[in-house]
Design a protein around this ligand. Sequence first.
Ligand SMILES: Nc1ncnc2c1ncn2[C@@H]1O[C@H](COP(=O)(O)OP(=O)(O)OP(=O)(O)O)[C@@H](O)[C@H]1O
Ligand SMILES: [Mg+2]
Length: 299
Amino acid sequence: MGQQWQGSVWSASLNVGMASAEQLPLNQATVKITRIIRRMRGGSQAQLVLGDDDNTYVAKFLGNPQGNRTLVNEWVVCRLLSAMRISTPSLRIIELPSSLQPRDELYFLAGNKRILPQGVLHLGSQCPVDPEKTAIFDFLPDRLLPKVCNLAEYAAMYVFDQWVGQSDKRQAIFVSDRKVTAGIGFRGYFVDHGMAFNGDRWQLLDRPRCGLAFQSKVYSSLDLPALVEKALCQIESINETTLFTAAEGVPSSWFASGDQEALDTLLAKLARRQVNLRAVIARHLPALWVYAGVQPVKV
Ligand SMILES: Nc1ncnc2c1ncn2[C@@H]1O[C@H](COP(=O)(O)OP(=O)(O)OP(=O)(O)O)[C@@H](O)[C@H]1O
Ligand SMILES: [Mg+2]
């Protein structure tokens, strides 16, 4: 997404990425897991794994406690975000070979029961850097937020999360990026889209405070009206093909009986909300203004 530093605010650049929102090519090749590195925190009980392409992934497995539909949600949202050029890690289908399957570390804990992942094909969210060599931060102190080169994407992400009925807080990771600013600098990547569409319920919620970032300060230096308007235009320009093929590449093993039809219904609802999004956002924006501590502005 094009952004410009204008005095003290991040504003939408008027000439970059404005026109169309087309989906990026899909990398269909499956990556095989060669090593389980460690458990990650979080409700899906993900694992950090090494792939046979030498990249590291946060793997979310079929059978996880948040439900298999949350993997589909991650996929669909990632494809739509990439059409909008919003920073989110690349996703790949990852294969858990049978040689690694019976490993003790791989269980999900449900109460005091240990449950093993199901199936062979799972979801990998690629780490933007090698986490064994370079730090990946879940959080940056407020004073470092102005060093995040793509902070303006938080405004677009709020609009997007309202569109997809996000039921979680907005989460991101940050990695050091010295190319973009002199001295210390970071780039943020939005992660954890499993609770879009209200998780495994596949509903479009209408809740203005959902999708807000953990830190209200991420919004306070942004030119929110301009950025919200830009995001609305970008979402409105996502074409039908991009929207209705967003689940292309999802393995059939992720779908339970009736899920394919339920997904078609959900995407049709998403298309209707795309048309009505301006009205939804107009109702929801006061929550953003209050949270960000800015004067209300009509968009
Ligand atoms: N692509 C990625 N690269 C590096 N770290 C990541 C990536 N994706 C997720 N993480 C890290 O893994 C952790 C778990 O991921 P995520 O939040 O997506 O899982 P979750 O189980 O759905 O969490 P929650 O309980 O919030 O629903 C995150 O807190 C983040 O630190
Ligand atoms: Mg999370």
